[in-house]
Design a protein around this ligand. Structure first.
Ligand code: 13P
Ligand code: SF4
Length: 319
């Protein structure tokens, strides 16, 4: 519709006026992903989002995603202005790991290396030895296990359990989960497989172990998009946020994508394959923040300097 086109055109002008670049996660609305593509921004997983913002010369980064992604951008780029369409977009894993409780927990295990998932606050990262995203979690923990290190893992117990199983590392797991991925059900997926025996099952490792076990491919959002392209199957059952279908369809045109079933029906599941916080990012609040400012990320300098160390370690490890 003409109204939407006008809004997109206004955002494009504002990006230029503000010397800003749009960095969007695969779970955001296709409108935002396509706008990022059209304006020389980036659409990616959380690791590539961090890298892109760091390398791009724009003075302002607009992060369409959730708060930890904005904070990561600010930690790595203190001299840049980092805006988000709304600062209310958080993550159940971040909420499930308060910095004070987490610090006390780490202090109880001083002989352990602290590895935290990127889906955490800046203050939690500041207490960590390593930050990882889902695309390199296995590689980093495998590396640490090879050095004989014992690991505290936080906050996602399902991703942690998966990493532990694959690497055999000695790990203590924090008890938190993603409200989107924990809803996927192996029963429902297996029922769907009976109907479509040739379908491959793609699973993000924030899902419960019973779902990961029946997967043909397990991985981060970018790894799942690559699997959708590379697997020979024409039909794919996808256990991750449905926002990813925009890029999967681009990567594997002609294939058929199906949402993996969640707990029962729409009335009983809390998220139903779409992150409620990612869904808060929209064209109108993006235009608003570019036009009027506000919704800017600030990280206390002391916390930032400490959080930078494990984040930089992650970037160096994956370089
Ligand atoms: P990725 O790093 O795989 O993009 O995951 C981010 C996330 O929040 C998954 O729920
Ligand atoms: Fe957090 Fe889950 Fe949303 Fe990802 S999908 S941002 S892990 S709540």
């Amino acid at each position: 519709p003409a109204e939407k086109q006008a809004l997109r055109a206004r955002i494009k002008d504002l990006l230029v006026r503000e010397d800003a670049v749009l960095v969007a996660h695969y779970y955001t609305d296709p409108e935002l992903q396509s706008l990022a593509e059209e304006t020389g921004g980036c659409v990616s997983d959380s690791l590539e989002m961090a890298r892109f913002g760091n390398a791009h010369p724009a003075r302002t980064l607009v992060v369409a995603g959730v708060k930890f992604m904005g904070e990561t951008a600010k930690i790595l780029n203190p001299e840049k202005r980092v805006l988000m369409p709304t600062l209310e977009a958080t993550c159940s894993l971040d909420l499930g790991c308060p910095a004070d409780t987490f610090t006390a927990f780490c202090d109880q295990h001083p002989d352990h290396t602290v590895v935290v998932y990127a889906n955490t606050s800046a203050a939690v990262k500041a207490r960590a030895d390593w930050v990882v995203t889902s695309s390199i979690a296995v590689d980093v923990v495998d590396h640490l296990a090879g050095l004989g290190e014992k690991v505290i893992w936080a906050p996602d117990k399902y991703l942690g359990g998966y990493v532990q199983k694959v690497t055999g590392a000695d790990m203590i797991l924090w008890d938190s989960s993603c409200i989107v991925h924990e809803e996927f059900k192996s029963r429902g997926i297996l029922d769907l497989k009976k109907q479509f025996p040739d379908a491959a099952v793609l699973v993000h490792p924030e899902s419960p172990a019973s779902v990961v076990e029946i997967a043909d491919a397990v991985g981060s959002t970018s790894q799942l998009i690559a699997a959708a392209r590379d697997l020979p199957n024409e039909r794919l059952i996808v256990a991750t946020d449905r926002g990813i279908f925009y890029k999967m369809q681009q990567a594997a045109p002609g294939k058929i994508f199906m949402e993996a079933p969640t707990a029962g029906n729409g009335a009983t599941c809390r998220s139903c394959a779409h992150c409620p916080w990612m869904a808060m990012n929209a064209l109108d609040n993006l235009a608003h923040v570019l036009e009027h400012g506000g919704e800017e990320i600030f990280v206390d300098e002391d916390v930032r300097v400490k959080a930078m160390v494990p984040l930089q370690r992650m970037l160096d490890f994956s370089a």
